[in-house]
Design a protein around this ligand. Structure first.
Ligand code: ZN
Ligand code: ZN
Length: 295
């Protein structure tokens, strides 16, 4: 194990025990994430993602005008790896409980009979085609997000590997006045503050890329009138605030661990602060993105 991996593993363990101690999310869900993480982290290192030719990507002037480098449906990912991960993810799901085992078996059977075309699902998610997922949300009312979770987790490692390879192609002085991801155009699912000056970053809900966004602006509709933007905090969750926008009625959580000397792991910090989502939603604000896990 590499030294960085050990630090990462310790950080993951600390975050997971934080999530558990809050006792808000079901233990089966926390266990599922705990078992999936090592698999997807390892897969990220071995993902094969040949990049498209530069000419197939947005030219510099389009990037400066706010276009993403690639459209989601053209974003590279490792189909072979994703197809290998799906059954492994189904095994992990099956081991988290009786209900999960039944859901896993149903999906496996549907794959065997051809009712569920995994390759089509892996292509549909990047393209934003929801039909397959909508079907299985209805067919699995006890675990409506099971397929979203499996497909999102199978794609995540190679999408992240692709984002890492694509990032150096972005111009250095790219403006950051929009909230969407400059690589794929998707919305951020969470934002974070970094550096002493408090530079703000969005974390992409699709490719996982972390990119500069405006410090004081709505990450979803770019509203920057101060009287339309509000934020609230809760004492039990130091370092996490909720930014709300009165113009589009959306909210986003912002992680600010600079004072607390804690490292961020956005996908897990999002889970650890789910109580703030509940509060924001009780006040009528909406979150336009799912978690990094597809639920
Ligand atoms: Zn992205
Ligand atoms: Zn807004």
């Amino acid at each position: 194990m590499h030294a960085d991996d050990q630090v990462d593993a310790r950080l993951v363990a600390a975050k997971l025990s934080e999530v558990r101690s809050l006792e808000i999310l079901p233990e089966s869900l926390v266990t599922l994430v705990e078992r999936v993480l090592p698999l997807t982290r390892q897969a990220r290192l071995t993902a094969q993602v040949p990049l498209p030719a530069r000419e197939a990507m947005a030219p510099a002037d389009a990037l400066f005008a706010g276009s993403p480098l690639l459209l989601r449906q053209d974003f590279p990912f490792d189909m072979d790896q994703a197809l290998t991960l799906v059954p492994q993810l189904l095994d992990i799901l099956a081991a988290t409980g009786e209900d999960a085992a039944a859901v896993s078996a149903t999906l496996r059977q549907a794959m065997a009979t051809g009712e569920l075309d995994v390759k089509a699902a892996l292509t549909a998610l990047p393209a934003g085609d929801d039909a397959i997922f909508a079907h299985w949300r209805q067919a699995l009312p006890g675990s409506p997000r099971a397929l979203d979770f499996i497909i999102t987790s199978a794609l995540a490692p190679s999408l992240a590997a692709a984002a890492e390879k694509l990032a150096p192609l972005l111009p250095e002085n790219l403006p950051h006045e929009h909230g969407h991801c400059p690589l794929c155009g998707s919305l951020p699912y969470i934002s974070l503050l970094r550096e002493k000056e408090g530079q703000r970053f969005g974390v992409c809900s699709f490719c996982g890329f972390e990119y500069r966004i405006q410090r004081i602006a709505c990450a979803y509709c770019d509203e920057h009138a101060q009287d339309k933007l509000k934020l609230f905090r809760v004492a039990e969750y130091p370092g996490v605030r909720v930014d709300v926008c009165e113009t589009c009625n959306m909210y986003i959580k912002t992680l600010d661990f600079r004072e607390l000397d804690k490292d961020t792991l956005p996908a897990l910090d999002d889970m650890a602060s789910v109580a703030l989502d509940i509060l924001a939603q009780q006040q009528g604000y909406k979150r336009p993105t799912l978690s990094a896990w597809g639920f």
